[in-house]
Design a protein. Structure first.
Ligand code: NDP
Length: 263
């Protein structure tokens, strides 16, 4: 039996085990996917080996640490410095970022008229989705609570702000990519800032899934088309599953089973 897991802290909320186990079972694969609470991200490689894994996903807050432990990385992962999927082949750990293409697919299927995007947050998720959106031609700016994490975005020539120096303008899409609202009832930015950008936006996305966050609730007060993180989660999961099974199954075959986790 092949073994897979998701490493994170917290990890109890994760839907990934359900998504992948439904799909392994549906496709007749002899594989099992578990949850592993990991406090120290530097232990990913040793834990991966100790558990005898074939593959893993990595969630908050270890995606940047996971990038460092891989033996091989694809060009997109190298560009963003953060991964969420590891596959072991011939004793080597291969790292991939499936959050970015998963998020992009969710944005494209959202089918809104989007050219300019404000991403709130500067963590691992923001690093991946900012680059994939810009590569697709969107104009992307970043707003974060504190300045330290904005450095890497500045180096990539993104326009960046903290709450103190933010110069609001009209954005088509506002994205909450912070963890505010995941386990608490915080908004990702001061309410006045959010009201300013949401009142002139065309649409709003929260990457958090499985609950209506205060951010999503506020977005709905402005009658905006909204989307939570469920589609991103599904698509990043399908793309990870393709890698776990070495592209044995098509996207549609995988989606057919994986989407059952969202009913
Ligand atoms: P990181 O820990 O790397 O980054 C967290 C970010 O959130 C930082 O920018 C941090 O700001 C900000 N933040 C945290 N708390 C607050 C707060 N109370 N107010 C304002 N800003 C805050 O996390 P990730 O980027 O890995 O993940 C972010 C979120 O994305 C999580 O909720 C995760 O569950 C979700 N996610 C969803 C996916 C999906 O498939 N739907 C996939 C991947 C992630 P600062 O720099 O100031 O600390």
């Amino acid at each position: 039996m092949k073994k897979f897991t998701i490493f994170g802290n917290p990890v109890s909320h994760s839907k990934s085990p359900l998504m992948h186990n439904l799909t392994f079972n549906g496709l007749g694969e002899n594989s099992k996917y578990s949850k592993t609470l990991l406090e120290d991200g530097s232990l990913i490689k040793s834990k991966f080996k100790e558990l005898g894994l074939t593959g893993a996903n990595i969630t908050v807050p270890h995606k940047e640490e996971a990038f460092k432990v891989c033996d091989e990385l694809d060009s997109f992962s190298k560009k963003v410095g953060v991964i969420n999927t590891i596959v072991q082949k011939d004793g080597k750990l291969y790292g991939y970022n499936t959050d970015a293409p998963g998020f992009l697919k969710a944005v494209l299927l959202f089918n809104q008229d989007i050219k300019t995007v404000l991403i709130i947050g500067a963590g691992g998720t923001a690093k991946a989705i900012s680059v994939v959106l810009r590569d697709e031609g969107y104009d992307v700016e970043i707003l974060n609570r504190s300045s330290a994490r904005l450095e890497s975005f500045k180096q990539k020539d993104f326009k960046t702000y903290t709450f103190d120096n933010f110069e609001p303008k009209k954005y088509d899409l506002i994205v909450n990519s912070t963890s505010a609202g995941l386990q608490d009832d915080y908004l990702p930015a001061p309410k006045e800032i959010l009201e300013q950008v949401l009142s002139s936006a065309k649409s709003s996305i929260d990457v958090i899934y499985g609950k209506e966050t205060p951010y999503l609730k506020l977005s709905k007060e402005y009658n905006l088309p909204t989307k939570d993180g469920s589609d991103m989660l599904l698509y990043q999961g399908i793309i990870a599953f393709e890698k776990f099974t070495n592209h044995k199954y098509s996207f549609d075959e995988i989606e057919n089973f994986m989407k059952e986790a969202f009913i």
